[in-house]
Design a protein around this ligand. Structure first.
Ligand SMILES: [Zn+2]
Length: 343
């Protein structure tokens, strides 16, 4: 019995050691990896204010690194006056961020997801698995539709493509008032994966900033750079982001790995709501960190939120198949319809 236990301990030690050495360049994409962090409803000027006031030091540090950048030229909501126009709400927004196309293709008009065409315009991780079946893809979210509709809707014949799918379900009846604590659970699960697995692609979603903007968690808060409570929620998420970045750096062979990090949001907001086409709702931001970013382009040109998925494919060396349609179609000039406006 004792020798069996000794053998077991030896084996355990061996396995732990293997894990501790990390894969470095080994992996489906030769060590190229993606960490995509989503912060729901984080208005661009509020993120800038949080950075200026020392309330988002982790994200600021990443953006100011030599391989990092912050652009406020990212936009949500499609092209005004064209079939790509979509409301600045989470359903269409996250679908665009995770599929690389607007509503004219993905079909998601609102948070009900009715008419979604995720089978044809799928979650980028499904395509990663299509190209490299051994790739490790993980997703963590406390807004369940990210998984229930966008990920699961992209499955072919129900076949799972996520190695880790962690859904933390907040209390929808109380308008997600418990999002701050659910974000901590999301963070901890994502940290576990960064420590013990070798993810090729990870998506980590935090929900509390949007709920503060809506005044759900605290009625005094709103989507505004002047709302200290709103900025404070950004600060909380910033600390979670810092933990994730630290865990990434602590990977045993991090120096050999080539990570692309994206941190962004799905839409901004005004007062206690969003959905319309004002600057405060459409204008969003992107913090990107990676060795091969198209810096000039990202810093100087307006970039649609559909552009992130093609950049992920490029980083991983994936040539998109024509049927994936990852690029946003060119805008078709049409007069802006009066009814497209919504306050
Ligand atoms: Zn919202």
């Amino acid at each position: 019995m004792r020798s069996f236990i000794t053998l077991l301990l030896l084996l355990l030690g061996f396995v732990t050691q293997l894990a501790a050495h990390g894969p470095g360049k080994e992996g489906a994409f030769g060590g190229k990896r993606v960490l995509f962090i989503g912060i729901d409803g984080c208005r661009a000027d509020a993120m800038a204010a949080a950075m200026e006031r020392g309330m988002a030091p982790q994200i600021k540090m990443l953006s100011e690194d030599k391989n990092g950048l912050l652009t406020r030229q990212l936009y949500a909501g499609g092209e005004l006056g064209t079939p790509t126009y979509q409301p600045t709400v989470s359903g269409p927004g996250w679908t665009s961020l995770l599929t690389g196309v607007w509503v004219n293709k993905h079909g998601v008009k609102d948070n009900r997801f009715i008419g979604g065409r995720l089978q044809s315009y799928s979650h980028f991780m499904r395509h990663i698995k299509e190209v490299k079946p051994k790739a490790f893809c993980a997703s963590f979210a406390d807004w369940p539709p990210i998984h229930d509709f966008i990920a699961d809707g992209s499955r072919v014949n129900g076949q799972e493509f996520l190695n880790v799918k962690f859904t933390c379900v907040p209390d929808a009846k109380r308008h997600f008032i418990d999002n701050p604590e659910k974000d901590i659970e999301v963070r901890d699960e994502a940290l576990k994966t960064l420590h013990t697995q070798n993810p090729d692609a990870m998506f980590v979603y935090f929900g509390q900033v949007d709920e503060f903007g809506h005044g759900a968690t605290d009625s005094r808060a709103s989507f505004s750079p002047d709302s200290t409570l709103y900025l404070n929620s950004i600060s909380h998420v910033d600390s979670h982001v810092g933990e994730l970045i630290r865990a990434m750096h602590l990977r045993p062979k991090f120096a050999e790995e080539n990570w692309l990090v994206f941190i962004t949001t799905d839409h901004g907001g005004r007062g206690n709501s969003h959905g319309g086409d004002s600057e405060a709702e459409r204008s969003i931001w992107l913090v990107a960190h990676g060795k091969e970013l198209s810096r000039e382009k990202l810093l100087n040109e307006p970039t649609p939120q559909t552009a992130l998925v093609p950049m992920i494919y490029k980083h991983l060396g994936i040539t998109p198949k024509p049927e994936w349609n990852p690029e946003a179609p060119p805008p078709v000039a049409e007069p802006i319809k009066a009814d497209a406006k919504k306050s």
